[in-house]
Write a protein that binds this ligand. Structure first.
Ligand code: FEO
Length: 392
């Protein structure tokens, strides 16, 4: 594996090929927990890895240097996928100070016994000299947690971007140019949709910060390191930060006795008449990770649910709770669904209202089974959603 990131800077993280769940996000291609080693007069470890991989991290460090020669351990983010090995690392790196911002120290103190750790607290604009290199710090609150921080090495034009620009992607090939661009961009998008979508405003601020820096390498905390395709990932983030819609209609539904499914098919048929990209999912068979990914760049969405106990189907409630938390923007929505005596579409619509998305018309309902008239209303809704997509 080529682990040399820049002159005297090495990747020392771990590749997790087998993880399939990341707090609810289905990680079909595994993940990596990236940590980096800067070798200079002062030696620096940038971030650690998830706790079960601590010994692998130590072994990777020791390929270069004895752990007691590490002077600084930077913690850019306290979430345990990056800080989980800190107790092991700080015990091994007996001469190291831990560098982080004030909020990060507070959070680390809630996770771990930090009483023996020697902290140096930094804020935006602070830097340390390691000898030939400078390591500077930029706080990036809410990308992904309140204590999150970037670390930048101007001599190498290298940005350690922590969760930003990451992908849950396991590969022994560390750099973008060694992997298939479509694959890593797809994984970066899925990651953005499921982890970062709700922080669009903070991402725009972060992109402004990045514009001020001379960057030739972006080394995130997950996935591959960007060197050749930095313009592509920066441009994609600018689009994703505002949930920029493509000419795409998403139809997602949950059915009980196939009535809502018949309505969904009619919506799909109507949308297809206008020649846009139509995605069609019975959510029973689709993980919410995929649906979040589809929503990020959809222009318009039809959401259908049969009624159960006067509300939406539980699997639809689960999906909508997840999506609502991600705060998608710039989408137009039509709700639909069947019922027997008390329409669950009221609850369906309330989810969309809570998301503050545009609702194009009142929910389309059918009592028990859709009539020809209801199905035509659904087809017309599909045309309307497709027209919105064409205008995107
Ligand atoms: Fe990869 Fe927010 O932790």
């Amino acid at each position: 594996m080529n682990t040399k990131v820049s002159e005297n800077i090495y990747w020392v993280g771990s590749v997790d090929y087998n993880v399939r769940d990341f707090h609810g996000y289905r990680t079909e291609r595994g993940s990596t927990y990236n940590a980096y080693l800067i070798l200079d007069k002062k030696n620096v470890l940038v971030d650690t890895v998830k706790a079960p991989f601590a010994s692998e991290l130590i072994s990777n460090i020791e390929k270069h240097i004895s752990t007691d020669k590490i002077d600084y351990v930077i913690c850019n983010h306290a979430e345990p996928d990056h800080s989980g090995s800190l107790p092991v690392v700080m015990a091994k790196c007996k001469n190291a100070k831990i560098i982080c911002d004030a909020k990060c120290k507070e959070i680390l103190g809630l996770y771990y016994d930090i009483s023996e750790w020697n902290f140096e607290i930094v804020k935006t604009g602070d830097s340390i000299s390691t000898g030939a290199k400078t390591v500077s710090f930029i706080e990036t609150p809410m990308v992904h947690w309140p204590e999150s921080m970037f670390t930048y090495v101007p001599e190498d034009k290298l940005l350690f971007s922590m969760d930003a620009f990451g992908q849950h992607y396991a590969s022994s090939l560390r750099f973008d140019y060694e992997n298939t661009l479509q694959t890593i961009m797809d994984e970066a998008k899925t990651y953005y949709a499921n982890i970062v979508m709700l922080y669009g405003r903070q991402i725009l601020k972060t992109l402004d910060v990045a514009k001020e820096l001379d960057i030739q390498i972006i080394a995130p905390s997950h996935g591959i390191i960007w060197t050749k395709h930095i313009p592509e990932i920066i441009a994609a983030y600018a689009d994703w930060a505002v949930c920029k819609p493509n000419k795409k209609v998403l139809i997602m539904y949950s059915t009980m006795w196939k009535s809502t499914e018949k309505m969904a098919v009619a919506v799909r048929d109507g949308a297809n008449e206008l020649g846009v990209d139509v995605r069609f999912y019975n959510i029973k068979d689709i993980h919410k990770t995929v649906l979040a990914d589809e929503i990020l760049d959809a222009a318009s969405i039809a959401i259908g649910s049969a009624t159960l106990n006067q509300g939406v189907m539980p699997e639809m409630a689960s999906v909508l709770t997840y999506i609502k938390g991600l705060k998608p923007q710039n989408k137009s929505v039509i709700c639909f669904g069947s019922y027997g005596w008390a329409p669950g579409t009221k609850e369906l619509t309330s989810y969309v209202e809570a998301m503050k998305l545009e609702i194009l018309q009142p929910a389309i309902t059918c009592k028990y089974c859709p009539t020809a008239e209801v199905l035509e209303k659904c087809r017309e809704a599909g045309r309307q959603l497709a027209q919105k997509a064409l205008e995107a």
